[in-house]
Design a protein around this ligand. Sequence first.
Ligand code: ZN
Length: 64
Amino acid sequence: MSKEKICRVCGRIITDEKNKTGLCPKYQKVRNNIAGLGLLASLGIGLKKYGPKIASAAIKLVKK
Ligand SMILES: [Zn+2]
């Protein structure tokens, strides 16, 4: 019944049947870290890119 799941990164067989990520526990952790870093990075980029616009828009709103 059970089809073998293999980690998408390292090809290791995933024994956890509830695993839906397609990643072995090792790379699940890595993925979580990367996701966290990516979120932080995109937030940083977003602030740099849109910060001034948001700030000026907020100033306009206040002036109204
Ligand atoms: Zn793996």
